[in-house]
Write a protein that binds this ligand. Sequence first.
Ligand code: AMP
Length: 423
Amino acid sequence: MLSKKSIKDVPESEIQGKRVLVRVDFNVPMKDGVIQDDTRITAALPTLNYILSKNPKTLILMSHLGDPKKDTQKAKEKAEKAGKPFDEAAYLDGKHRLSPVAAHLSQLLNRPVQLAPAALGEATDNMVKNLKSGDILMLENTRFHKEETSKDAAERESMAKELASYADLFVNDAFGTAHRAHASTETVAHYLPAVAGLLMEKEMLYLGKVIENPDRPFVAIIGGAKISSKIAVLEQLLQKVDRLIVGGGMAYTFLKAKGLAIGDSLIEDDMIDKAREILQIAYEKHIYIYLPIDHIVTQDFGPEEESRHVARGNIEDGWMGMDIGPMTIQKFEGALNGAKTVFWNGPLGVFEFEKFAKGTMAIANAIAKLPDCTTIIGGGDSVSAVNKSGVADKMTHISTGGGASLELLEGKVLPGIAALLDK
Ligand code: AMP
């Protein structure tokens, strides 16, 4: 499924002197025009440096940055509620324009990076035509055009054709948006020879390994807030894992399904039957699901709330589980022992609050210490948790796409990958 051509499979003669269009994921957190975290930009550097080393005629980059329409709507409503004035143009400039990204990339590559006024249109077209050999051009945020995410295929196609007219080769390195069939990710791949970038290739390699041939024992850890958003992945993982660890807010739905008292902990009542079903499948398949056996609980959701340590089944009404307890940490560490493949998605407690981050940090450290084990962190909050724990460099692979990595593990075909040339 994941054997797609990468830029490394393209003969040098098809890059040298050619116009190369790369879809990157430069959707970085941005505040008032200042990049808050450049991980996504540095993650694309291997691909960009590889292409540049083959002397293309021009390198054209495109990315989305936030969702201008939705984000503006939300920010406007928030300002209205607070009775504050809202300057839409300034908001868009500070949050959705790629100029700070182009400037930062220019520093990282040590080469000038020009910025086009838009991804489409006459001015951009002229700029593309006037590029000189060796020039790098970044197109403005693709999501300023409604065609990018349009449900109407003809609209996406018209945008994709225009983008494709800028180049001879298309490289998709934006794994984080590979689960979306957008004009600049999927549609454009139908109009040019299309291959994966090095980051996309690495994601396919490691996540593909989890799906297709994990070294055993294979242990998966699934945490986070909502069982409903991870039900499909839990069901898929049950077909593949040797052991499954469930923590975080979603564990309480499982505990309630087992008839245990969970007090005021996070619960999805409409998921209790599903949780019971999953426990039954695991039982029949002889797969052990590890659930918390003790908890750190508080009476209110906050960073400095007074907490108590209680055993499983002892969470009283008025109290909620915020983190796994020390006995659970030990139990989970034991479940990880000897693992040869670990996949982790979702924190095991409210790790954003220092006081309730102990369980998540302990498990990050336990994973980092596993000898000869392929450790894969599946995007989103687990990536921030691993970064916070200081052991990120001990992991085999940290995925750059939360939603995309989960959909891949659910067994879904990601349109952005499917559209690339087969090996
Ligand atoms: P997700 O996006 O589904 O991976 O969920 C991540 C969120 O789950 C983080 O913001 C955590 O704070 C939250 N979370 C983890 N454990 C708990 C818990 N016991 N109660 C409430 N939220 C939790």
